[in-house]
Design a protein around this ligand. Structure first.
Ligand code: UN1
Length: 502
């Protein structure tokens, strides 16, 4: 298959004029413009929100298992279009094709999960303290959900949110990254295929809002948006969260990470190496779960550093559409400049840096391919507190696990973490209340590549929200508690006497 981006969009039935519009879409593969799209005006955003409200009022009447059927069809359509959408993901955000396919698989997985969930939106029954009474919890659709997603997972994040929101009975407006509107349009077209012929679904159940941060802000500020689910940087979350809080809306925040792996002396070092390298250089270090810090026990430090450098020397860097490429480009010039700044700072602090230079590919002079960097940190520096969205792995030496766990936690972010060990005490300590403070704490696998079945997200500046599996669906519904009295008396709770006489 060698379709270009526009041909893929056309094959999905989108027949727009991609030559006009205020937003230029560049492929990080060659830095060249692939298409232009038009951003939405304030009036259009306003109308979109009104339409989302109308759609919600209708959709909430459809029984949840029936809503699940729409997501079952969406999952089937995604299977049909997996190769094309995976390729478009690669073209628009630069991750290698295997990872593009993996991202679409993540969408299919969450659809499967959500279909099952559509019959399991359970509430509790609770024992009442009063005779002849019972209490039940009801979970109801909450309203319209605004989704903000980042360039690095341009389609999966939408699917995590949309599959859940739709089975929960909500409507959706999606503001994708300005860097990746084409994959968003493709997802919308695939969802439309599922909607065609699904007569129970109202119009405008899911809409796309194209534009910059200002356009996104308009959606975030609007009281009619019951939930704002924002995935991206801590800086973005820091803007979104107070706006939503000020209007008492609900936000689900999945923000930056600063993820570490600890390698203990008992670890299977071959497995650890695989986990470290995939975590650090996969997606060119542009996952929120990418491995950024590595704590190596002093007994295995030299061996592991040597094997990482050796592996880094062998990873093929280049066009992400080539089957043998393992590391594609950075998203743009800004990403490269941030990487350079971070490496310059490390050098200033006395670190030893291997790699990190730009690779000029003759045919792609406007693209930013880099050699992943290994940064051996001097012993007086115990941490790196900033997240740089690039393949930089900071390596530290430790001699005591408690200290390494403290260092793992001693950063503002709290998304993902991992330990490689064959010692059950170390593994249990790491995952215990005294261990990693992150939303994800893995044993003998790396920090990235979480499955959709778990609740995804993290603590501290990562925002505290959970998307995807487990009981994350509760974030997309409202809960009411009903006390039902089937007796012929009206006793008050807490034993209060309130005698009105006869
Ligand atoms: C992200 O980078 O925003 O765990 C999401 C992972 C993927 C999701 C990453 N399943 O790496």
């Amino acid at each position: 298959m060698s379709q270009n981006a526009i041909e893929i969009l056309e094959s999905l039935g989108i027949s727009k004029n991609f030559k006009i519009g205020d937003m230029a879409v560049r492929s990080p593969i060659d830095g060249l413009e692939m298409a232009r799209v038009r951003s939405h005006s304030n009036d259009e955003i306003d109308a979109m929100i009104a339409n989302a409200q109308k759609a919600f009022l209708e959709w909430r009447k459809v029984p949840a298992p029936k809503r699940g059927q729409l997501i079952r069809i969406l999952g089937e359509k995604l299977r049909t279009h997996k190769a094309a959408l995976g390729r478009l993901v690669t073209m628009e955000c630069g991750k290698i094709y295997q990872e593009g396919l993996g991202e679409v698989q993540e969408m299919i997985d969450i659809c499967d999960f959500a279909v099952g969930l559509s019959r399991q939106l359970y509430g509790l029954t609770i024992a009442s303290e009063r005779p002849g009474h019972k209490m039940v919890e009801n979970w109801h659709p909450i309203g319209s959900v605004g989704i903000i997603s980042a360039f690095n997972f341009p389609v999966a994040v939408w699917a995590w949110n949309t599959a859940l929101a739709l089975v929960c009975g909500d409507s959706v407006i999606w503001k994708p990254s300005e860097k990746t509107p084409l994959t968003a349009l493709a997802c919308q077209a695939i969802l439309q295929e599922a909607l065609d012929g699904f007569s129970e679904a109202p119009e405008n159940l899911s809409q796309i809002l194209l534009g910059n941060a200002v356009a996104g802000q308009k959606m975030v500020e609007d009281k009619r948006m019951a939930v704002i689910s924002a995935t991206g940087s801590c800086a973005m979350g820091r803007k979104v969260a107070p706006i939503v809080a000020a209007r008492f809306g609900r936000s689900i925040l999945e923000l930056g990470g600063n993820n570490a792996i600890i390698v203990c002396p008992s670890a299977d070092l071959k497995m650890a190496l695989h986990g470290i390298v995939f975590g650090a250089v996969g997606t060119a270090g542009q996952r929120c779960t990418s491995t950024r810090r590595l704590f190596l026990h002093e007994d295995i430090y030299d061996t592991v550093v040597a094997s990482i450098k050796d592996a880094y020397g062998k990873v093929s860097i280049g066009d992400p559409l080539n089957d043998d490429t393992l590391v594609g480009p950075l998203i743009d010039a800004m990403a490269f400049s941030n990487m350079e700044k971070a490496l310059a700072l490390a050098l200033e602090q006395g670190a030893s840096v291997t790699g990190g230079k730009r690779i000029e590919l003759d045919k792609y002079t406007d693209a930013y391919y880099v050699k992943p960097a290994v940064v051996e940190m001097p012993s007086n520096i115990k941490n790196v507190k900033e997240e740089t969205f690039a393949p930089i792995l900071y390596i530290f030496k430790y001699n005591n696990l408690e200290t390494a766990i403290l260092a793992n936690n001693d950063v503002p972010q709290g998304l993902s973490s991992a330990i490689f060990t064959n010692n059950v005490r170390e593994a249990e300590l790491f995952t215990s209340a005294l261990g990693s403070d992150c939303g994800i704490a893995n044993v003998n696998i790396g920090t990235s590549g979480a499955e959709i079945g778990g609740a995804f997200g993290g603590e501290k500046e990562t925002g505290g929200g959970r998307e995807s599996g487990s009981d994350a669906w509760k974030g997309y519904m409202r809960r009411s508690t009903s006390t039902l009295n089937y007796s012929s008396e009206l006793p008050l709770a807490q034993g209060i006497k309130f005698d009105l006489g006869d």
